[in-house]
Write a protein that binds this ligand. Structure first.
Ligand SMILES: [Zn+2]
Length: 404
C-alpha cells in the first residue's frame, strides 16, 4: 500500500541562481494573475485556458513552454476549488511555481534536483535530513512545487509515493474508547480528558446562555447591550476564539493519536476502535444521549479517528473497527450485556457489573470490551461480526479485517 507524501526540501541556491529563481517565480505569479483577469471566469478547463493564452503567456512573461502549461493548470485548479466554494479566485500572491516531470527531475546519486527557470535549466543541491533521504531514495517523483519562503530561502515540495511498512500480525489488541467521558481511554488504562478544552468551551457556552436570557428579560437598555454583545460573540470574536479552539483540539488530537500508535507499535499490538461510520444517518432518527450525538457528529472526534487511522497505517500498526452496539453496557470481565439491572449501575464515570461484581471506570470497561471484540477478529474462523476500517474500498479483496 502506498500513500502520497509531500516532502519539503530546502534548496542550496547560489546568488546567480537566486536571481533566476526569483525571475521565474515572479513571471509565474504575474502570468497566473494575468490569465485570471483576462479570461472568462467560467473557464475551468486547463486545456481551454491553454488554447486561449499559451502564446500570450510565453510572449509576455518569457516562461518556458511547460511552465506556461503549468500556469493554465494551476489556475484551472484554483477556479475549480473556487467554484465549489462559490466565490471568485483571489489574486495570487506569487512566490510559488508548479512543476511536472518535463521541467523537474530528481537525481539520487548526488541528491540534486534540476528545475527549468526563465533562463534555462538549473541544478540545485537539496539540504535535507535522514527522513527526506529515506523517502526520496528509489523514488521517481513526477511533480513538485517551488516555493520562496518568507525568510528568503527556497524550497521544493516534492510529491512522492511513500512505501508503507507491512502491517504487523498480532493477537494483542489495544482497545480505544473515544469521546465518552474522556476524549480517549485505552484498555491499558491510559486516558486523556479534555479538561482544558471543555473549560474553554463551557465558558463560552455559559456566557452565551446567560446573555441570551438577559437579552429576553432585563431592562430595555440591558437587553440592548446583551444583544450587541451576543452579536459580537457570534461574529469576529467568536470566529477567532473558535479558531483557537480548533487549533488546540488539533494539537491535542495529534498528541493522543501519536501516543496510542507508538504504544501499539512498541507492544506489537493492533488498535481496535468502534466503527461509527454511518451512525449519523442510522441513529439520528432515534433520540440519543448528548454524548452519543457528540461522538458521532463532532469534527474533533472525527479528526482524532482520522489521525489514528493515518498514523497507524504509516507505522504499520493494524487497525480494527468493531461494531459500537453495547460496548458501554457490556461487562468486559464476564461479558454479560446489561448485567442484572437491579445490582449494576453506570453513573457518570463508574460502572458496576451486577453479575460478577466488577466495579471501575466506565471508559476503561468500554475500552476493554472494544479490545476483546478486536481480538476476536484475529482468531481464525472468527464470527465475522467485525468490519474493516476500509470496508467500502476493500470489499473485493481477500483480507476484510485489516488494511491491505
Ligand atoms: Zn461482569
Amino acid at each position: 500500500m502506498t500513500q502520497v507524501l509531500t516532502l519539503s526540501c530546502r534548496l542550496k541556491v547560489s546568488q546567480s541562481q537566486a536571481a533566476k529563481l526569483d525571475a521565474t517565480l515572479d513571471a509565474f505569479g504575474q502570468a497566473l494573475n494575468w490569465v485570471n483577469q483576462n479570461t472568462p471566469e467560467k473557464i475551468v478547463n486547463a486545456v481551454k485556458l491553454q488554447s486561449l493564452c499559451y502564446r500570450e503567456i510565453r510572449a509576455r512573461f518569457g516562461l518556458s513552454s511547460n511552465l506556461a502549461v503549468q500556469v493554465c493548470r494551476r489556475l484551472a485548479g484554483a477556479r475549480k476549488v473556487a467554484r465549489q466554494k462559490n466565490r471568485p479566485v483571489k489574486a495570487f500572491k506569487g512566490g510559488f511555481a508548479t512543476y511536472d516531470a518535463r521541467i523537474f527531475s530528481f537525481r539520487e546519486k548526488d541528491w540534486t534536483v534540476s528545475l527549468t527557470t526563465v533562463e534555462g535549466r538549473e541544478r540545485f543541491e537539496l539540504a535535507i535530513g535522514h527522513y527526506q533521504r529515506e523517502q526520496l531514495a528509489g523514488s521517481n517523483p513526477k511533480s513538485a512545487t517551488l516555493v520562496k519562503r518568507k525568510d528568503g530561502s527556497y524550497s521544493i515540495q516534492i510529491c512522492v509515493e511513500a512505501k508503507l511498512p507491512e502491517q504487523q500480525n498480532t493477537a494483542r489488541v489495544i482497545g480505544v474508547d473515544l469521546g465518552r467521558t474522556d476524549i480517549a481511554h485505552t484498555s491499558e488504562g491510559d486516558n486523556w480528558n479534555g479538561q482544558q478544552l471543555s473549560k474553554i468551551r463551557d465558558r463560552y457556552s455559559k456566557l452565551r446562555a446567560v446573555l441570551q436570557q438577559k437579552a429576553s428579560k432585563g431592562t430595555r437598555s440591558s437587553r440592548r447591550r446583551c444583544r450587541e454583545l451576543l452579536q459580537r460573540l457570534s461574529g469576529k470574536e467568536r470566529r477567532f476564539q473558535s479558531r483557537q479552539r480548533c487549533v488546540a483540539k488539533t494539537w491535542v488530537n495529534h498528541r493522543i493519536s501519536k501516543a496510542i500508535v507508538s504504544r501499539a507499535k512498541a507492544t506489537n499490538s493492533a488498535i481496535a476502535l468502534e466503527d461509527l461510520t454511518g451512525i449519523r444517518e442510522r441513529v439520528n432518527q432515534q433520540p440519543r444521549s448528548k454524548t452519543e450525538r457528540r461522538r458521532a457528529n463532532s469534527w474533533a472526534f472525527y479528526q482524532l479517528r482520522q489521525f489514528l487511522e493515518y498514523k497507524a497505517r504509516v507505522a504499520g500498526v493494524s487497525l480494527i473497527l468493531v461494531p459500537p452496539a453495547y460496548t458501554s453496557q457490556t461487562c468486559h470481565r464476564c461479558l454479560h450485556i446489561h448485567p442484572d439491572p437491579e445490582q449494576s449501575y453506570r453513573s457518570g464515570k463508574q460502572f458496576k457489573c451486577g453479575h460478577c461484581g466488577w466495579e471501575g471506570d466506565a471508559d476503561l470497561n468500554g475500552a476493554n470490551v472494544i479490545a476483546l471484540l478486536g481480538a476476536a477478529v484475529n482468531q481464525p474462523g472468527g464470527p465475522g461480526l467485525f468490519c474493516s476500517a476500509e470496508r467500502n474500498k476493500l470489499r473485493a479483496t481477500e483480507s476484510p479485517h485489516s488494511f491491505a
